[in-house]
Design a protein around this ligand. Structure first.
Ligand code: DC
Length: 236
């Protein structure tokens, strides 16, 4: 990649610089890899909102706050400084200057993130941060409710799903060969909590194109989303 700041690179397609593409879907549906690939192909920035929820959960755990105590989590939510780097080829996430990109994928964070992300004060703070990044445009944003809440105005919205077994296999491979059955149980448990919560439950956003990725390769799904973006641009 050249040294030109991301977002200032000439776009490689007809997509305009202010473009926002929102990609929703549950864990393991391949949202991150697809979104990074699409952002790279179109010369856009990339933001993984799930990583922000994970980073705040990491901070909550580090501070010794009980993730099941919603009041304590709410009281702590404004304390840590989160910084998300938006280069799709090298996305970064820091909490108070500490690189947590690896730590946020660990078992402790995965086990606590649904509880932390159900706390309204957490959602309000992270949503404000997400909006500030999205407002600058030229970005592919990924996250469970991003097409219906954080990036409602996105020109292209994609809702990705895949069957539970395919999602578990992908996520287990990402975690360096974790047990697929245990990963599947953990994914389904988080889906249940994320869908049942009253603050921003998992839903299909209005105007989204649904893609079931079970039978497609990553490259095929990236090509489908790029084609959607180019068609939306041509129609505008
Ligand atoms: O996609 P993921 O597994 O990295 O997301 C981690 C958690 O963050 C997930 O359990 C729900 C939460 N999340 C959310 O509530 N809203 C978002 N926009 C993104 C993630």
């Amino acid at each position: 990649m050249d040294d030109t700041p991301v977002g200032l690179r000439p776009v490689s397609s007809a997509v305009t610089p202010s473009y926002v593409i929102a990609i929703d879907g549950p864990s393991g549906a391949g949202k991150s890899s697809t979104s990074r690939g699409v952002a790279d192909r179109l010369g856009l920035r990339y933001l993984d909102t799930g990583a922000m929820f994970r980073a705040l959960t990491w901070a909550v755990l580090e501070a010794g706050v009980d993730v099941t105590d919603a009041d304590a989590v709410a009281a702590y939510a404004a304390t840590p400084l989160l910084v998300s780097g938006t280069d799709p080829l090298e996305p970064t996430i820091e909490v108070d200057g500490v690189d947590v990109a690896e730590a946020i994928r660990g078992a402790a964070v995965t086990a606590g993130v649904s509880q932390v992300s159900a706390v309204p004060a957490v959602r309000t703070r992270l949503l404000e941060m997400q909006r500030a990044i999205i407002r600058l445009g030229s970005i592919v944003v990924v996250g469970r409710d991003i097409g219906s809440v954080g990036a409602r105005e996105a020109q292209v919205k994609v809702s990705r799903t895949a069957d539970a077994q395919a999602r578990a296999a992908r996520r287990a491979a990402e975690e360096g060969g974790a047990d697929v059955a245990a990963t599947r149980a953990s994914l389904l448990r988080r889906d249940r909590v994320d869908s049942a919560r009253s603050a921003a439950p998992l839903t299909m956003p209005e105007g989204a194109t649904h893609i079931d990725t079970t039978d497609f390769t990553l490259e095929e799904v990236i090509a489908q989303v790029v084609a959607l973006a180019e068609a939306a641009e041509a129609a505008s």
